[in-house]
Design a protein around this ligand. Sequence first.
Ligand code: AMP
Length: 640
Amino acid sequence: MPKAHTSYAEFYKQSIDQPDAFWAEQAKLIDWFEPFTRVCNDDKPPFVHWFEGGKTNLCHNAVDRHLATRGEQAALIYVSSETGVEKTYSFGQLHLEVQRMAASLKAMGVGRGDRVLIYMPMIAEAAFAMLACARIGAIHCVVFGGFASGSLASRIDDALPKVIVSADAGSRSGKVTAYKPLLDEAIRLSSHKPEAVLLVDRGLAAMDMTPGRDLRWSDLRAKYMHAVVACEALDSTAISYTIYTSGTTGKPKGVQRDTGGYAVALAASMRHIFDCNAGETYFSTSDIGWVVGHSYIIYGPLIAGMATIMYEGLPTHGMDGQPNGGIWWSLVEKYKVTAMFSAPTAVRVLKKQDPALLKKYDLSSLRALYLAGEPLDEPTARWISDGLNVPIIDNYWQTETGWPLITIANGVEKKPSKFGSPGIPMYGYRVKIVNELTGDELTGPNEKGVVVIEGPTPPGFMQTIWQDDARFVNTYWKSVPGKMVYSTFDWGIRDEDGYYFILGRTDDVINVAGHRLGTREIEESISGHVSVAEVAVVGVADALKGQVAMAFVVPRDSSVLGDRAAAMKLEGEIMKRVDGDLGAVARPSRVRFVSALPKTRSGKLLRRAIQAVCEGRDAGDLTTLDDPAALQQIRERLLS
Ligand code: AMP
């Protein structure tokens, strides 16, 4: 298992032509308490039920099933450069901690189908809480620790959690943010009130406990030190978790996932996409508040019997809190990381560090670096590829898909990557490019359209929007005229070799004098200039042209920021470059230089907020904004 395949093309074809046989084979990668009776039920599209009749458990597959063969092996390696804590839990120890947490949750009345909202920093207890929920059949809803009270309150009102698990505080760049007051305020604002709140005290901030509601993890952990809590045999289609998508406005959209399909999808991806083996170490630099954290910090690596590194902190600071741009590479060396997963934005941060840091450590264990979440520009890809001397593999996916839908499956067949392209469709995904107005499929090379997925969607893909099937159908499946296909809301093209290129969100489109342009294309051109470290392009309303492009550039040399002549020279060069690459129609009307761009905590550019500021509008919900000063700087630059 799996069968020897001569080529990825054949592997992919089988997944599309004989999905039942294909996925039944993949399902052998996990343990089942009871076998499934039907592989794929898509009788009522676009809803898909995977492995009906089967019973399994995510926590069993991530933890318990490894106890016999690798109980002593490292499972969770927790490293915080914020607090200097570094601790390894073996599968055996993880098993004990998860049972303590599971027993605590049960004592608080949590059972199958109940929601547990997890509002936590990157600490090991957050992983225990997620796995404990999976163990007892509760649905976890992890809300990113950086969210403020208002966003948290709307998620509480959507998820209706019986219990909330949280902590005293998070820390970022040495700055402590007390979570407890934020949580208390959120509970005050929300209509729904949780029955109990379980709090981990890291000793970072004082906690004002609400009697009768708030409980301390240290007390419950001691009480349930020797608890034995069995894994529930859950229906494959039982909901494992919901996660709210980033950047949405108004009512939050809870992406809902199943149990069996997700477990199979992750197990298959660890083998076929990430080319990993049990006993190795995986290091994803994401956060548990994002889908990558769910899939590739917690469940994926553990299901594969790997050790997983959970890292709290910046890539630029060491365990002593002092600047150290080599911290991640030191972890790769120390824990013999074989696969690393990060985001282009993190690499761009590291690009500003001394390149010698990449040579300082023994990185020979590393086989590949995977990057996802945003377009990977060629200069960034080349820089890290040269530095690490391992394949850099771009992954295209969404919270909704749960695992990559376009990348390279090196575990099946080693295929070359192309700079600027995440790769080719993954097995199980019927990816198409369609004309957004007519819905017609675009089959020719380099024809630009919307990237869509035809049903049935593969295991691991979202089941629906939590409590809102109608919204799921209307939002995702009805945006292309005349066809029921899932829209990614991304522009894309496919070249003559079948490689896809993602050109930005359909909602980031700019229309300049009737020409449709992706901000991404302009950014790609600008970021190719040697003096440019980062760039954001937005479309700004213009009385004459409808919209014009405006570029905000972080120069490599920060002296440009204070030197008007140098700034004007660079602005001219950038415009010339865009003229040359894309034509004058795409030329930004202005290029402004800034020291940082406004991004979410997960590294996504907040283009819509920049656009709003440029157009003198309210920037909207900024709870996901990492650095408010960056937006303020844009405001100031516009006036200067
Ligand atoms: P999220 O659900 O927050 O992870 O955002 C998903 C969106 O991020 C996608 O629809 C794309 O616009 C973008 N994205 C994710 N991965 C990539 C990638 N490898 N290349 C280009 N865009 C990406």
